[in-house]
Design a protein around this ligand. Structure first.
Ligand SMILES: Cc1cc2nc3c(=O)[nH]c(=O)nc-3n(C[C@H](O)[C@H](O)[C@H](O)COP(=O)(O)OP(=O)(O)OC[C@H]3O[C@@H](n4cnc5c(N)ncnc54)[C@H](O)[C@@H]3O)c2cc1C
Length: 365
């Protein structure tokens, strides 16, 4: 059997990995380099965690997602994960901990509430005024995304995947399993489209429900007085009246980063990557609301990236035609679930699981 994959982000690369492990011949087509520095998967870090709050279906998948990453570390010969724990800070919702605790207990993940004194001594970088509750959960940390896709690219290349970097696919025929790239037709038994925020160009019929979203991240240099506290800090999620921010501390050779979980629902993977004042406004507002003395931080980089979002933030893994699949991570959990979802799709492609059940499973239903 031969499978062609369009797109070498975490979705396409981990599908190539999973298919090769199942003995399938794979050709991987990528418009840029492999890995591609402008793909959504290419960034210093991504968060992984067990708790999913309003999306319990994904919480239930997370133990398997962690186990799949363990298989990946074994194949790559390196672990690109740092367990840091996560602190959830609420400035609006005093029921957050009670709700989160129910899910974490169900998953067997440790958690505890943080008092004001501990917040002040351990997390001096936070503005204490306005915090109405905070709790810490285990089973979470950072995935070093760039290192993962770089090593995956090496692994698939060394393990027989036919790589086509700098090769933009202009057409797919999911009934025939074929595609056209640079004017050349490539045949396979199955074609999988894992095109991230470029998806509407290839499958325009998905454009109204899988919507590219331009997102902004700020990389920061903390003031020297806080360097030690930051170097030991957990990931922080801070929920306020005007923000839902996430902060990744500068650990494991990475830089401090802040983003805001608000979708712009505009843009396309081919759009510019220039972070304008308008782009940064929401994240700057969040940083000012969260960090004590934000004026003392240096902004190192305004990073623009694009991912697709769906109405309920679920993965779209769907058969298209008689010999094709769409594999689209949606929203901010595509990296942590990428290898697991790709492995499930690989099982369906080789007939090791019921293909009809894959869309609901991947959507966390
Ligand atoms: C700001 C931000 C924060 C995030 N935070 C998290 C997080 O904390 N945790 C988490 O799990 N996830 C997070 N995500 C989501 C995660 O990064 C994405 O869901 C995931 O990386 C998407 O992977 P992908 O392979 O689907 O797409 P991409 O990585 O974008 O890869 C798609 C690739 O397809 C290629 N391509 C497209 N069209 C063609 C074509 N026609 N021919 C050839 N090649 C083509 C592109 O060049 C690109 O390289 C975040 C995303 C962003 C933007």
């Amino acid at each position: 059997m031969k499978v062609s994959i369009v797109g070498a982000g975490i979705a396409g690369l981990s599908l190539a990995w999973a298919l090769r492990k199942r003995g399938v011949d794979v050709a991987l087509f990528e418009a840029g380099a492999i890995p591609n520095p402008i793909s959504s998967s290419f960034d210093e870090h991504r968060i992984t965690r067990h708790s999913y709050g309003s999306m319990p279906g994904y919480g239930a998948l997370m133990p398997s997602a962690f186990a799949t990453y363990d298989q990946l570390w074994a194949d790559l010969g390196a672990t690109h994960y740092l367990p840091t724990g996560m602190v959830y800070v609420s400035r609006t919702d005093d029921e957050w901990y009670a709700r989160g605790a129910v899910e974490l207990d169900r998953l067997g993940v440790s958690h505890r509430q943080l008092g004001r004194d501990e917040i002040a001594s351990r997390l001096p970088m936070l503005r204490g005024d306005g915090i109405i509750g905070a709790f810490e959960a285990g089973g979470s940390g950072m995935l070093f995304a760039q290192r993962i896709v770089t090593d995956l690219a090496r692994w698939v290349g060394e393990n027989g995947v036919e790589l086509h970097p700098h090769t933009r696919v202009s057409e797919v025929d999911p009934e025939a399993g074929t595609l056209v790239a640079d004017g050349v037709r490539h045949d396979a038994d199955v074609v999988v489209v894992a095109a991230g925020a470029w998806l509407p160009s290839l499958l325009p019929e998905t454009a109204d429900r899988l919507v590219p979203s331009r997102q902004l991240l700020l990389y920061l240099e903390p003031p020297a007085a806080l360097a030690k506290a930051w170097s030991e800090a957990p990931i922080i999620v801070d929920q306020g009246a005007g923000h839902g921010a996430y902060v990744l501390p500068p650990r494991g050779g990475t830089r401090l980063k802040i983003g805001d979980h608000v979708f712009t629902r505009r843009g396309h993977g081919d759009d510019d990557r220039i972070g304008t004042d308008e782009d940064v406004a929401a994240v700057l507002g969040a940083a000012n609301a969260i960090f004590a003395g934000f004026g003392d931080y240096t902004i190192l980089e305004r990073k623009v990236c694009y991912y697709t979002v769906s109405a309920d933030e679920s993965f779209a893994v769907e058969p298209i035609g008689g010999a094709g699949w769409l594999l689209s991570a949606c929203s901010g959990h595509g990296f942590k679930l990428g290898p697991l979802i790709a492995s499930g799709l690989a099982d369906a492609i080789v007939g090791a699981r019921d293909a009809a059940g894959v869309p609901d499973w991947a959507a966390g239903r």
